[in-house]
Write a protein of this length. Structure first.
Length: 174
């Protein structure tokens, strides 16, 4: 009996001494997507207030040059999450036209959810449509174009380096 108890305690001690298997850490890309597309607005705001994870860009200019609360409709949190999406996707080199549209549609959905608790859902959704149309048409459009041009430039230079064209041009004095 003593032997069995000793064996059981020894095995238990070894199990406790063994390192725990840790779940892999969430990447910035995974955290950004989770907070942007899968987290409730209150959950997003809690993370934003705690700046968690601290490696993400939590800065915001509210609703830019538009009012944060047109006719009392409180769009500030929707604008903050929209800024979070744009800024982090840019920092992560993922700000493409398709991702811009995805972030903009999420912005519209966030505003529509906010409209559920406003004094006039219909008027609120009308303003939400205007805000969505504005960011969809103008929000960082130039930035998307510049990033696309930069991406194509890097691809072309990489291809030229790989084929030796750059060295040939340099040797010819071009």
């Amino acid at each position: 009996m003593r032997s069995a108890l000793f064996t059981l305690l020894s095995i238990t001690g070894l199990a406790l001494a063994a390192p725990a298997i840790l779940a892999p850490r969430e990447t910035n890309i995974e955290a950004t997507d989770r907070l942007l597309f899968s987290t409730t607005m209150s959950g997003f705001q809690s993370a934003r207030n705690a700046q968690n994870p601290p490696s993400l860009d939590w800065s915001s200019d509210g609703c830019s040059s538009s009012p944060d609360n047109p006719l009392g409709f409180d769009f500030i949190q929707s604008c903050q999450r929209h800024d979070f999406g744009y800024r982090n996707y840019k920092a992560q080199s993922r700000f493409s036209e398709a991702n811009k549209q995805r972030i903009d549609l999420n912005f519209k959905a966030d505003m529509y959810i906010q409209c559920q608790s406003e004094w006039s859902k219909r008027a609120c959704e009308g303003f939400a449509d205007v805000y969505y149309a504005a960011v969809h048409a103008f929000g960082s459009k130039r930035s998307v174009e510049v990033q696309e041009m930069e991406r194509r430039y890097v691809e072309e230079v990489t291809a030229a380096l790989a084929s030796g064209e750059v060295m040939m041009a340099r040797n010819l004095g071009v």
